[in-house]
Design a protein around this ligand. Structure first.
Ligand SMILES: [Zn+2]
Length: 277
């Protein structure tokens, strides 16, 4: 195995495992953020028997698989949802790594450009750690969180600067305008949608829109030089689907619909670039 193959495999496997571990942390965020509880302190307990869970019960995904979805102490079933969130985060990190394999050659090549590309990919993985809780918290409570929106926007602003450096473009004004257009487009389009379909638009909607808008600015992750304006179709599609569901029980799936459409948009964009570059 040559050094590049080794690095590629290492990067992909590490990303998958790291995603699963972070997914476990996201479960805590999803559970505690809406309850206003601290996410840094406190041990986890079994929801049924209250037994404090030991380290061996808390290995993300693998404990759940090994215990066949049951509590070690009382045998009560543990919801598969935690394992699903961990798997989803792992898969998102893994897919990001295999679509940015070149980034890891910075370890050998020591070229700044690859290093920046790696940071860009990692920032995308981290921004997904705001999108996944935003989606699930919406599902549970139909609330959006300013904290998640704030982190997402901050990360996307940093990524925007990095993309500019990678593409060696000196057109900073255009970059800022482009960035602001994407960020503004999401709340604006869904707000227009809410007016057209005569539904409410609350600050919860705004926070969720901004969380997803931040993540979408990474859409040119795989080819920072270009920018496809059709990405605006994404909030439009979301807006139509969501507004059609609004007011019904299905509204709690809005975050999940948002997520699925975003992943589809990024995937189509990726395949399109593979086909045209
Ligand atoms: Zn138990």
């Amino acid at each position: 195995m040559n050094v590049y193959t080794f690095l590629h495999v290492y990067y992909a496997v590490f990303s998958l495992l790291f995603g699963i571990v972070l997914g476990s942390f996201l479960n805590v965020v999803i559970y505690r953020l809406p309850a206003g509880r601290t996410i840094s302190k406190g041990r986890s307990n079994c929801m049924t028997c209250g037994h404090t869970l030991a380290a061996k019960d808390l290995v993300p995904l693998f404990s759940w698989l090994f215990l066949r979805g049951k509590c070690r102490y009382c045998g009560a079933p543990i919801a598969s949802r935690y394992a699903k969130i961990e798997s989803l985060t792992g898969v998102v990190f893994f897919l990001t790594s295999i679509t940015t394999l070149d980034a890891i050659v910075c370890v050998v090549n020591r070229e700044m450009i690859y290093f920046l590309y790696l940071i860009y990919a990692v920032l995308f993985m981290i921004v997904m750690c705001t999108v996944i809780p935003a989606m699930m918290i919406w599902h549970d409570t139909t609330k959006g969180f300013v904290q998640l929106a704030g982190i997402s926007l901050a990360l996307s602003a940093i990524a925007c600067v990095i993309a500019q450096v990678i593409s060696a473009s000196s057109d900073y004004v255009m970059a800022i305008v482009r960035f602001l257009i994407v960020i503004a487009a999401f709340p604006l389009l869904t707000w227009i949608g809410s007016k057209l379909f005569k539904t409410a638009y609350t600050k919860n909607d705004l926070f969720m829109d901004l969380t997803f808008a931040g993540a979408t600015t990474f859409e040119h992750l795989l080819c920072p030089k270009s920018f496809s304006f059709w990405v605006f179709l994404f909030p439009v599609v979301y807006c139509i689907v969501r507004s059609a569901l609004k007011g019904k029980k299905n509204d709690k799936f809005a975050g999940i619909i948002y997520f699925v459409i975003m992943i589809a948009a990024i995937t189509i964009s990726y395949i399109y670039r593979l086909a045209t570059v």
